[in-house]
Design a protein around this ligand. Structure first.
Ligand SMILES: NC(=O)c1ccc[n+]([C@@H]2O[C@H](COP(=O)([O-])OP(=O)(O)OC[C@H]3O[C@@H](n4cnc5c(N)ncnc54)[C@H](OP(=O)(O)O)[C@@H]3O)[C@@H](O)[C@H]2O)c1
Length: 326
């Protein structure tokens, strides 16, 4: 198939690109060439354009058509309106990367399936993704726009530390300082390695049965937050001193990061991946977070420039520890 990714060097798309090429597809990546932290997949064609500037996209595509277009970086209904305009009649399938954070919070029933309601009163990012999904389903019903919706949950690669405060907290662990964990650290969370995500994702590209449908894609690697911090500590050769602070207390001092806790990570999220496995029967996630944690620490240890310490996060953590009496 002829496939176009908008993105291609992001966390998710950097694993999907080599997987699509290995499956024998022709792949073009459309991006600005501004992200260099991950390499461009060997064998992919690179088109330079800014997806927020539709004229630059039309010029880069030069009247070409595709079997599949995936936009990894659409977040608002404006982005969707522009994509429907550009890609209607130009692709056999348009894949929107939504988010599992769109599912009802708190979930009334686990495991979460694709029929779990989409409702998140806590996080604007999730409400925007829901609005995008609704706009696309309208375009599907009214104009036969060939949409498939994919809802990843927390998906990481070696560059991305999946805890509050990122490397700043890992650095604290190594210095023997207490680290903040939201809640009691006992809520359940599903982490997915980007290479596992790509196995399921590339399998659904081009499936006509996926048109008008939504799919959750996650691993079955369900951990408590205490386990996640402990596995990162193990990988970093540190024994973490975990201090538990409510998600609301974190959100009160750090509204932006806090919204992703209160609106997502504070809740026990367990997903039923039966629907994607029915379409892509070979999909099995095989990378446990023990391995992911080692990859993350090794990548950061390779270069001091990657070990970014955020002084604001450190100051917030100290205030939270004081509130917790630690
Ligand atoms: N990671 C998670 O845990 C998670 C969970 C749920 C949903 N998601 C969703 O996954 C998507 C992120 O996917 P990702 O990780 O592959 O992407 P990403 O890490 O956000 O990377 C962005 C990619 O898009 C390109 N890009 C950024 N701005 C651009 C622009 N204006 N025009 C053209 N290209 C642009 C970047 O290249 P240049 O900078 O060179 O242009 C890069 O290739 C988002 O929709 C997010 O909501 C992620």
């Amino acid at each position: 198939m002829r496939i176009l990714f908008i993105g291609g060097t992001g966390i998710l798309s950097s694993a999907c690109a080599p997987r699509a090429l290995a499956a024998g597809h022709e792949l073009a990546l459309l991006n600005r060439g501004a992200t260099s932290i991950r390499p461009v997949a060997e064998g992919a064609e690179v088109l330079r354009a800014d997806i927020r500037d539709p004229d630059s996209v039309r010029a880069a595509l030069e009247g070409r058509t595709f079997d599949v277009v995936v936009n990894f970086i659409a977040f608002t209904t404006d982005h969707i309106a522009s994509d429907v305009d550009i890609f209607a009649g130009r692709t056999g399938q348009y894949v929107f990367i939504s988010s599992a954070s769109a599912y009802q919070k708190p979930p009334r029933r686990v495991p979460v399936t694709e029929s779990t309601p989409l409702h998140n009163p806590f996080w604007q990012y999730s409400r925007d993704k829901i609005a995008c999904e609704e706009a696309l389903m309208r375009a599907y019903r009214e104009r036969d726009f060939p949409v498939t919706i994919v809802r990843p949950s927390h998906t990481y690669d070696r560059t991305s530390l999946p805890i509050y405060g990122g490397w700043t907290q890992l650095d604290r662990m190594r210095r023997g300082l207490p680290v903040v964990v939201h809640g009691d650290g006992t809520s359940l969370w599903t982490l997915t390695h980007h290479v596992d995500f790509a196995k399921a994702f590339v399998g659904l590209l081009g499936h006509t049965r996926a048109l008008g449908e939504a799919y959750t894609i996650t691993s079955d690697d369900v951990l408590t937050w205490n386990q996640i911090y402990e596995l990162l500590g193990d990988a970093a050769g540190a024994e973490p001193h975990l201090v538990h602070v409510t998600s609301n207390a974190i959100a009160a001092l750090d509204p932006e990061r806090g919204a992703s806790l209160v609106g997502d990570k504070a809740h026990s999220m367990i997903f039923d991946n039966t629907k994607i496995k029915t379409l892509v029967p070979e999909y099995v996630a095989t990378i446990p977070f023990e391995q992911g944690a080692r990859e993350i620490v090794a990548w950061h240890d390779e270069d001091p420039a990657r070990r970014v310490i955020d002084d604001d996060v450190n100051a917030t953590i100290e205030r939270l520890l004081a509130l917790a009496g630690d």
